[in-house]
Ligand binder design. Structure first.
Ligand SMILES: Cc1cc2nc3c(=O)[nH]c(=O)nc-3n(C[C@H](O)[C@H](O)[C@H](O)COP(=O)(O)OP(=O)(O)OC[C@H]3O[C@@H](n4cnc5c(N)ncnc54)[C@H](O)[C@@H]3O)c2cc1C
Length: 397
């Protein structure tokens, strides 16, 4: 049974983050949407501050502790609340906060002490996707060959978030194509390594403050010690499953991003409705409301469902429960719900919802990606179906 009553400490975190977001992110949201690819220098203020939670490293065989006090804020739930507030301010800027890349979470989860020493303070992006491999991450073709004391990497990685601004990239590559998923490992590649080139940055529909780029790895030689986890290729997919498990923590985080953007949109819509004399009155039967008010209530209900699913997935992660199903449910619901809510709000606002006078049109653009990265909505539905029907990946694809 999930415990979803926000404890007082969590409410304090939420309020603090809300103030930071309102005063530091929201005021520059439009500026960096228009100045795509420009680094928001204001974000330097966040350097050294841990915004996204990082999993604590566990020793081999060590079991996760169950929090004894249900009021204790777990790291995942704390991060979810923080991320929602930051994305209420601006999602593209939140994704550009120094040292809070997805690669940082991967490093923190599996790095050795020596690797943590070398990479722990660096800004790390994550490069999985390739031109022929997106949803099916197990089919990547970038290779890593051991040559003396080095790994030699070859391939191309597309759509890498923080590509320009990061210090290093966690690159997924196969050490043995014949082994399929069992051969997939991750490697830390530092910027400036010969053979590692940022080819170009994308121009995007939304989250334009966040830089997304393509890397080419051409005989890129990195130290043997830069492999994360064991180099051994076991003839099972356990290793790959382990890497995929990090998604069970990061998918609720993306769901929380969607919550933040959708809530921003609802807040503005409520303000404008009330300014227009349409005060929301929850005591009224929805059948006696205006069509706009009814639409607003429906959107609010969707937001609440998104939040409950997201908090449940995070709470389970904090309590050491297997949450693969619930993480995908949260991502599927919030990804889709966020796009529907932001569109509906722009619709309710009429012309104001489409002009750049307000941020509503931007939130509509920003929300779309949240139904795509970290696994599209369709892929989340597949995962949910596999869990519910107890079918394997090969039985249901
Ligand atoms: C702005 C942005 C930032 C990104 N950041 C990163 C990053 O930092 N690191 C990284 O590695 N990747 C990143 N990505 C890539 C992202 O994770 C992929 O785009 C996503 O996983 C989908 O893969 P794809 O684009 O190859 O689409 P495809 O896998 O080709 O899918 C295309 C469509 O087909 C659907 N589809 C595919 N397979 C199935 C199926 N079996 N059943 C039903 N429908 C299916 C999909 O849902 C989708 O609608 C980013 C993408 C964008 C746009």
């Amino acid at each position: 049974m999930a415990f979803l009553e926000p404890p007082p400490d969590l409410i304090k975190v939420r309020e603090g983050m809300h103030n930071v977001s309102a005063s530091m992110l929201r005021p520059i949201a439009r500026k960096y949407d228009e100045e795509e690819h420009t680094y928001p220098k204001e974000l330097d203020a966040f350097r050294g501050i841990q915004v996204m939670g990082r999993p604590k490293k566990k020793k081999d065989g060590e079991k996760k502790d169950k929090p004894k006090d249900p009021n204790k804020i777990g790291q995942n739930l704390g991060t979810i609340v923080t991320v929602e507030e930051m994305c209420w301010g601006d999602c593209g800027l939140m994704l550009s906060i120094p040292n809070a890349g997805l690669g940082n979470a991967a490093i923190a989860a599996v790095a050795t002490d020596e690797q943590l020493e070398r990479f722990g303070k660096k800004w790390a992006a994550m490069a999985i996707t390739e031109a022929e491999s997106g949803s099916d991450a197990g089919s990547i073709s970038t290779t890593a060959d051991l040559d003396g004391d080095s790994w030699v990497l070859n391939g191309e990685k597309i759509f890498v978030t923080c590509a320009d601004r990061c210090d290093c990239v966690v690159v997924w590559a196969t050490v043995d194509k014949e082994a399929g998923k069992a051969g997939i490992k991750s490697f830390v590649v530092e910027k400036g390594t010969p053979g590692f080139t940022l080819d170009h940055l994308e121009h995007k529909l939304g989250i334009r403050a966040s830089d997304t780029g393509t890397f080419v790895l051409n005989n890129c030689r990195i130290p043997k010690e830069n492999i994360l986890g064991s180099p051994e290729v076991k003839q099972t997919t356990e290793g790959f499953k382990g890497v995929m498990k990090t998604f069970d923590n990061t998918r609720p985080m993306v769901a929380a991003m969607s919550l933040g953007v959708a809530r921003a949109s609802l807040d503005l819509t409520r303000e404008k409705l009330e300014q227009a004399g349409e005060k929301l009155d929850y005591s009224k039967n929805p059948n006696n409301c205006s069509a706009r008010q009814k639409d607003y209530y429906m959107a609010e209900a969707t937001l609440e469902a998104m939040r409950l699913l997201t908090w449940r997935a995070a709470w389970m992660a904090d309590n050491g429960d297997f949450n693969n199903l619930e993480a995908s449910m949260s991502k599927a619901k919030a990804g889709r719900g966020g796009t529907l809510i932001t569109q509906k709000c722009s619709e309710i606002l009429g012309p104001l919802g489409l002009t750049t006078k307000e941020l509503s049109e931007k939130w509509m653009r920003d929300s779309k990606i949240l139904d795509i990265f970290e696994g599209t909505g369709q892929i989340q539905h597949l995962i949910i179906a596999r869990n519910v029907l107890k079918l394997s990946r090969s039985q249901l694809q």
